[in-house]
Design a protein around this ligand. Structure first.
Ligand SMILES: [Zn+2]
Length: 167
């Protein structure tokens, strides 16, 4: 655990206790170099979940990576942070509750895209285009067309009611 202040890797744990809700462990740490003290929250039971990526590599599940991928998709869409947090929580809980400790990145991608579809269609299309969640390019095009149609509808509705009378 690197010191957030000076970056030195020599930090030691000075106190450990479970968090109030029991889902994580709170640790007070102190940097051996600059004496900076900081707190970390660890989720021991969740650290064991592994993600198998498309290229076959396996790495520990990383909530911040999941969130970063979703945040890229919702960029500049009017979607509240708490909505993103809820989505991440929801997907994380779903994969953690599976019996297996190994989940493929495509399963995670599907879980996210299902939920994004309900939240925001543009974010959804951005997400699936990055994660290649569609196996069929035609299916992707249909989704994209549907989203573009929705956007045009939104635009039409935002125009004054009499704007079409003088055409
Ligand atoms: Zn330090």
């Amino acid at each position: 655990m690197d010191c957030p202040d000076c970056g030195d890797e020599r930090t030691r744990v000075i106190d450990t206790e479970p968090s109030a809700d029991g889902t994580s462990v709170r640790r007070r740490r102190e940097c051996q170099r600059c004496s900076f003290r900081f707190t970390t929250y660890e989720r021991p039971a969740w650290n064991s979940l592994q993600v198998k990526k498309r290229d076959g590599a396996v790495e520990p599940f990383d909530r911040s990576k999941l969130r970063a991928g979703i945040e890229r998709a919702v960029e500049k869409r009017r979607i509240a942070d708490r909505t993103v947090t809820k989505l991440v929580d929801d997907v994380e809980r779903t994969v953690q509750e599976r019996e297996t400790r190994l989940v493929t990145s495509s399963v995670i991608g599907e879980l996210v895209s299902e939920r994004l579809h309900e939240i925001d269609r543009v974010a959804y299309v951005r997400f699936v285009s990055v994660y290649e969640a569609f196996s069929d390019p035609e299916e992707f095009r249909r989704e994209l067309d549907a989203v573009l149609d929705d956007e045009v509808d939104d635009f039409d509705r935002s125009q004054p009611a009499d704007s079409s009378s003088n055409t």
